[in-house]
Design a protein around this ligand. Structure first.
Ligand SMILES: C[S@@+](CC[C@H](N)C(=O)[O-])C[C@H]1O[C@@H](n2cnc3c(N)ncnc32)[C@H](O)[C@@H]1O
Length: 230
């Protein structure tokens, strides 16, 4: 992404104030991720949030899972700086901010295998090859029975569906008061700055990566959420 400190169109220090007007139901992605984890675990021991951005998901999850240890990963130093500030009061035994890395390039050895890995709106920037690699990295870091949750921008099945999806998303952003030129630039990023794949392709990729259970659990506008159990 040109002229920016991360892969999104938003500067990291403006991300939190603008994301709700950009992605419909954005905060629900976090709410429902937490609700899903609550339905599966009393308390996960370890949770890695890759593509953590400004740390908003972990900030909320810390208050729900009081004994879980969180690890945060992101390739953007700008985003990690925001996350560090947001989570500055949290003790070291509950939180580790890992060195900047993209998921697909992550090679650091962790002490334990992980119970939960979340990747919210962060892998749609990848080429097909790197997307496979990122999914493999997550799979390998997980314990058996561990859960991987990912949300991404999605490609509808048909050209007509893509056009309708773009119009639908464009209208959402305009209804939130965003400037029309900014919205056009944002919509023009589809298949140019991020590379969405269909729900069917996601399900195939996740199954081929070795996950036993692969489910779609969220779909709104041009975003979908999946969970997978190793
Ligand atoms: C739209 S933001 C989402 C941030 C956060 N997950 C959230 O829910 O608010 C996308 C994030 O993905 C990160 N990112 C971009 N490419 C990535 C990759 N290959 N692996 C992991 N994170 C990536 C960006 O730096 C950015 O912080």
């Amino acid at each position: 992404m040109k002229d920016n400190d991360n892969a999104t169109p938003l500067k990291s220090y403006l991300y939190d104030s603008q994301i709700e007007d950009t992605i419909p139901y954005y905060s629900y992605f976090h709410t429902e991720t937490i609700n899903l984890i609550k339905s599966l675990f009393d308390e996960p021991k370890t949770w890695l949030d890759t593509g953590c951005g400004t740390g908003s998901l972990v900030k909320r999850a810390l208050d729900v899972f009081l004994n879980t240890k969180f690890l945060l990963l992101d390739p953007s130093k700008g985003m990690l700086k925001q996350a560090k500030e947001k989570l500055s009061g949290v003790s070291e035994d509950r939180l580790t901010i890992l060195k900047p890395s993209a998921t697909q390039e992550f090679t650091q050895k962790l002490e334990d295998k992980i119970d939960v890995i979340t990747a919210i709106q962060c892998h749609h920037y990848l080429s097909p090859k790197d997307r496979v690699k990122a999914t493999e990295v997550c799979y390998n870091l997980l314990k058996d029975d561990g859960i991987y949750i990912t949300f991404e921008n999605i490609k509808p099945f048909t050209n007509k569906g893509i056009e309708i999806g773009k119009r639908y998303w464009r209208n959402f952003q305009l209804s939130r008061g965003k400037d029309s030129e900014e919205v056009e630039n944002h919509i023009a990023r589809f298949d140019v700055e991020y590379f969405p794949i269909t729900v069917e392709n996601h399900l195939s990729l996740l199954r081929e990566s070795g996950f036993d259970t692969v489910e779609l659990f969220w779909y709104s506008y041009l975003q979908a959420g999946f969970y997978c159990i190793k």
